[in-house]
Design a protein around this ligand. Structure first.
Ligand code: HSE
Length: 443
């Protein structure tokens, strides 16, 4: 039998555990696919003695992940530590410099340092594979880097965070509050170590940065992404979306425009009858528009140990087969500088919710501010707000002057016009909190 491919595994959390299980279960069938078995010979973890659901007794423990990365016995360093700096970055760089192939699911690391790490991997002539970094089990990286490489891509977008999609789905289906469902997603192992990365939209942005580079051949530029999370979405918004014929999804969108590349992450109202509106629970989807293929959409489990381990294993299998591709599909030195399109050029309809003091003239003043910016309203209605729901968590309503929750839907307009109108409405003092604004996309 051929020599085993020897792996050093850094990090035995949800995904690391899944990988140990997958390799144990795959056995001879995995070997048959590649011609050689894959074997985890050594691992590092924060705690050596932690009780685990998988057997690591036959693997050598190496306390320091950087030492593991350069361990003479290993062929491949599998980085499942996470984090954009610190031990993950040090270990990946050390592994590449030591001539080890690297497989990582670390989207934060690559979103910040992808182009530099790709250049290093290329210089040394080793693989830097990251299928597990984007959309969990969905083979989105392979689809873009290999299956669709004959296409000129004009747009890539999707639901890229399982935790947020799980929360939004449960809020809608079960009428439950945000915090309650977040805890459930954490318990199921979907959320990041710091769930603020999920709900704040940053995890989606990390993944989007990688998809953007794969789609447009540009250097990864996380800091160029406009990011809004789902923390401000209330049951009032979810119910209003349902009544208006939409669902709220946290989308990551990257598209080529005349002024550059637009990258944005924000809650979005999508028509209920579209495929993306029906991607529920922890599922993700990645939609790609290519010139020859047309529109493609991949849907599947976006988080969790099993699906992400499946993606990580596909990268390991490539290495076992001797396949070493350029990390972002093109030579690192050919990756172009990223030219940012102004977010303010985004055009579409908008959902706006205002908590308005119940005063004579307030409505008229708000309508006037919208008209001044040339914004035409499709509808304006008063709704029951979260604070008026019996038994629905803490009240956000101020005591004293009565308020009304007012929901407006605009016709197509520009981001700049909406922002100016809302700033003026806030200045006028008729609202008691920051207006809620959700973009509507027809997709
Ligand atoms: N926390 C991430 C999610 C895990 O919820 O999608 C997968 O990257």
């Amino acid at each position: 039998m051929a020599e085993p491919l020897k792996l050093g595994l850094a990090g035995i959390g949800t995904v690391g555990t899944g990988l140990v299980q997958l390799i144990a279960a795959g056995g001879d069938e995995l070997t048959a696919k590649t011609g050689r078995p894959a074997q985890i010979v050594a691992y590092s973890a924060r705690q050596k003695r932690k009780k685990r659901s998988v057997d690591v007794s036959k693997m050598r423990f190496v306390a320091n992940p950087v030492a593991l990365a350069t361990d003479p016995e290993i062929d491949v360093f599998v980085e499942l530590i996470g984090g954009e700096e610190g031990p993950a970055k040090e270990a990946v760089e050390a592994a590449l410099r030591a001539g080890k192939h690297v497989v990582t699911a670390n989207k934060a690391l690559l979103a910040h340092h992808g182009a530099a790490l790709a250049a290093l991997a290329e210089k040394i002539g080793v693989a830097l594979n990251f299928e597990g970094a984007v959309a969990g089990g969905i083979p989105a990286v392979k689809a873009m880097r290999e299956g669709l490489q004959g296409n000129d891509i004009s747009r890539v977008f999707g639901i890229l965070n399982g935790t947020c999609n799980y929360i939004l789905t449960k809020m809608e289906r079960e009428g439950r509050h945000f915090a309650d469902v977040l805890q459930e997603a954490q318990e199921q192992g979907y959320a990041e170590a710091d769930p603020a990365f999920d709900v704040g939209g940053f995890d989606t942005a990390h993944k989007l940065a990688l998809l953007t580079s794969l789609a447009f051949g540009t250097r990864t530029r996380f800091d160029a992404i406009y990011v809004e999370g789902i923390e401000t979405i209330t049951l009032t918004d979810i119910e209003a979306a349902t009544d208006l014929g939409y669902r709220i999804k946290l989308l990551g969108v990257a598209l080529r425009t005349d002024s550059g590349i637009e990258q944005r992450v924000h809650p979005t109202m999508v028509p209920r009858d579209t495929a993306i509106a029906n991607v529920d629970g922890v599922s993700n989807c990645v939609a790609i528009d290519g010139d020859f293929i047309g529109d493609v959409m991949l849907i599947g489990p976006g988080a969790g140990g099993g699906p992400t381990a499946s993606a990580v294993m596909s990268d390991i299998i490539d290495i076992a087969r001797g396949v070493v591709l350029r990390p972002f599909g093109i030579k690192a030195k050919h990756m172009k500088a990223y030219k940012k399109a102004a977010m303010r050029t985004h055009e579409g309809g908008y959902y706006i919710r205002l908590s308005v003091y119940d005063r004579t003239g307030a409505f008229a003043a708000i309508a006037q501010r919208m008209a001044t910016q040339g914004i035409s309203l499709e509808s304006i209605v008063q709704r029951r707000s979260d604070s008026e729901r019996p038994g629905q968590g803490r009240s956000t309503r101020k005591k004293g002057e009565p308020q009304a929750s007012v929901v407006m839907v605009t016709h197509e307009t520009t981001e700049a016009a909406v922002r100016k109108a809302l700033a003026a409405i806030e200045r006028d003092g008729h609202v008691d909190s920051k207006p809620q604004m959700i973009r509507i996309e027809k997709l």
